[in-house]
Design a protein around this ligand. Sequence first.
Ligand SMILES: NC(=O)c1ccc[n+]([C@@H]2O[C@H](COP(=O)([O-])OP(=O)(O)OC[C@H]3O[C@@H](n4cnc5c(N)ncnc54)[C@H](O)[C@@H]3O)[C@@H](O)[C@H]2O)c1
Length: 401
Amino acid sequence: MKVSIIGQGYVGLTIASFAADFYDVVGFDSSERVVNQLNQGVSHIEGVPSSKIKKQVSQGRYRATTEACEISASDIVIIAVPTPLTAQRKPDLTFIESACKTIGENLTNNALIINESTSFPGTVRGFIKPTIKKYSGKDVEHEYAISPERVDPGRTDFNQKNTPRLFAGLTPRATLMTRDFYSKFCDNLVEVSSPEVAEAAKLFENTFRQVNIALVNEFAQIEHALGISVYETLDAANTKPYGFMKFTPSAGVGGHCIPVDPTYLAAVAEDKGVRATFIRRANEVNLEMSRYVVNRIAEENGSNLQGKSVLVVGVAYKPDIADVRETAAELVIKHLREQGAVVSWHDDIVGTWAGETSAPLSGADITVVVTKHSDVNVKGLLASAPYVFDTTGKVPGARGL
Ligand SMILES: NC(=O)c1ccc[n+]([C@@H]2O[C@H](COP(=O)([O-])OP(=O)(O)OC[C@H]3O[C@@H](n4cnc5c(N)ncnc54)[C@H](O)[C@@H]3O)[C@@H](O)[C@H]2O)c1
């Protein structure tokens, strides 16, 4: 069985590394750099060990390519490309469209097409199928399915094997084929009645997190105004054994999912004339959090950051990974600079970002912790500046939310 995976990033490479233990896998990616690295056995994704890719490449079970024709004669093709927002913050399906074009023009046999990219309900039925058809020959009749990805980069307790996976086909045959494919490396497959249910569930999972993060960020501001510790209060509330789930405040949300996916849901809701007030407001609260943090720091430093050297620690959007997409650090740095601070950042996992490199963890007037990687020690953080503001709740002894 030949499986081709379009897009070899966080989602595509993760699935490729599991699938290649059972199938012959071709990883198609438009980036030559990514493809060259992978064929040398070097993984660029946390959680996908280079040793595993190296072994699969040497056994001939996996190869990466930029040549679209190499996906021909696949039995299964998986779409795992980005689904960002346009400049007008609308769903941007251009990467999916380009993946569909690749499939349509290069897959001349009937196959099963599975979408793992996150998008709004109706994407498989109303966009992917007709777009592939537009680029395919007349005699080709593919099956179509969705199985939204739930990978949490950097997480070790939940992985492809033990995370329940939703799936649904456009036809009963597609559903059956999809179950067969994933059952080799996923223990818990959850069939739902239509692709739209699976697509909507994925969006709602991330919307649930976005709204609750916004709620706790607002709560942190209320607690500070009342002079109560938000962390102690959350721990207290969390002793309730039911009906409560603990979220923690932060400088904002980052990554490719939480700041983006809920807007896909809001966009389709508003197209149907339904107001998505929670989603829109949650987005605003999370984006405003970076300004709140910088204003708090200014207040506690004589209301003047002009000329102060400020070190932002952790520019990845979450601990122990190098992903900087939509990171809250970007807005924190922007607002600090607007107030005249001289800003550098320290993040040895990210290394280089936005044309700048990671600075040493020392010698600042002010340190702001946005993301705390495990190997950054608290002692070093507290010694890096006379004033340290922590947005993570992981630096005892620092000022904080
Ligand atoms: N990263 C996550 O934690 C996560 C979790 C669940 C779902 N998702 C969803 O999965 C999808 C992919 O996200 P990701 O994080 O893997 O993205 P990514 O940016 O890590 O990887 C995407 C890869 O696709 C390649 N690419 C882009 N367009 C292409 C094309 N037309 N043909 C071939 N290759 C192409 C890029 O070069 C890149 O290597 C998105 O819809 C995202 O919302 C991501």
